[in-house]
Design a protein around this ligand. Structure first.
Ligand code: ZN
Ligand code: ZN
Length: 296
């Protein structure tokens, strides 16, 4: 970390991102309506989608951090998938709504060239999103956080989206008015795509998607390094929110005393918990196997 300041950026960047989007929603929305520019209105909707998404993420992270309680023995991690599926649905419906509007104005020919001031709206949006991308990728890099980096890249894609809008408005004001609804169609499809991705991801999470092969291999390697264990008889895992829930059944010699088995379980638990990232629940079972003379 280069500066002491980077630590406080870690806590502040979300609020800058929210403030940026609040401003852009209002600014582009008002400008879009005043100048009669469809593409700018679509882009304002894109910003409001990002705004809702980041607010919901903020709240659901707070809730999913809550420890397990009497009503939720496995913690509250899955609330994230519920919230992201709601956001996904809002984006999908909103995207389709703008798409239909823009399509019908293309088909019926009811588009007019927007006021050139709309160009200013899109240009400000490009600059602010690009600035936020640079700021957040600095915060993400210095704090080594993939989640913040992902946020940063989302802002860069917003900058691209606004660039497309800028080009569309530019063409529209210089004698090609159909470019305005066409740019709106492009933006609405991007918004709908974000919505679909969020919904699919949420479904995967709610269905307890299995762990990837890589994660299982890491756990397998840890198990095999523990003295006294003769192999894995079965292992399975699933995702509970952003935590892993793993069951592993290991083979131990049937001549072990109960307390020896207990020591092995404790050692294995410690190693998996320290070496595997994002571990949540871990259940370890022992299967006694007959060890033939001379082996091991
Ligand atoms: Zn609860
Ligand atoms: Zn976006």
């Amino acid at each position: 970390m280069r500066h002491d300041r980077c630590k406080s950026c870690y806590h502040e960047h979300v609020w800058y991102s929210i403030a940026n989007n609040v401003f852009l929603v209002l600014y582009k929305g008002v400008m879009g309506v005043m100048t009669g520019c469809q593409a700018l209105i679509a882009d304002a909707f894109h910003s409001s989608a990002d705004l809702i998404a980041s607010i919901i993420t903020l709240f659901s992270l707070k809730i999913s951090e809550k420890p397990p309680d009497a009503d939720h023995h496995y913690g509250h991690g899955k609330i994230q998938f519920l919230s992201s599926s709601i956001v996904g649905l809002i984006l999908l419906v909103g995207g389709i709504f703008i798409l239909i509007n823009a399509l019908s104005s293309v088909v019926s020919g009811t588009y007019a060239e927007p006021d050139p001031i709309a160009l200013l709206g899109a240009a400000v949006s490009v600059l602010m999103n690009e600035f936020l991308f640079r700021y957040q990728s600095c915060v993400g890099r210095e704090n080594n956080s993939p989640a913040i980096m992902a946020n940063a890249w989302d802002n860069r894609s917003d900058a691209f989206s606004s660039t497309a809008v800028l080009i569309g408005i530019g063409l529209a004001t210089f004698g090609l008015p159909i470019a305005d609804p066409l740019a709106a169609i492009g933006v609405s499809m991007v918004v709908a795509k974000i919505g679909i991705d969020l919904i699919l991801e949420a479904i995967d999470g709610l269905m307890d998607a299995s762990l990837g092969m890589d994660e299982l291999k890491v756990i397998h390697a840890v198990v095999n390094k523990v003295p006294g264990i003769r192999g894995v008889s079965y292992m399975r895992g699933r995702t509970m929110g952003d935590r892993l829930h793993v069951e592993v059944d290991v083979m131990v010699p049937d001549t072990l005393k109960v307390y020896e088995g207990d020591l092995i379980v404790e050692l294995l638990r410690q190693r998996i918990m320290t070496e595997v990232e994002h571990m949540g629940e871990l259940e370890i079972f022992l299967s006694p196997v007959e060890i033939t003379e001379g082996a091991g």
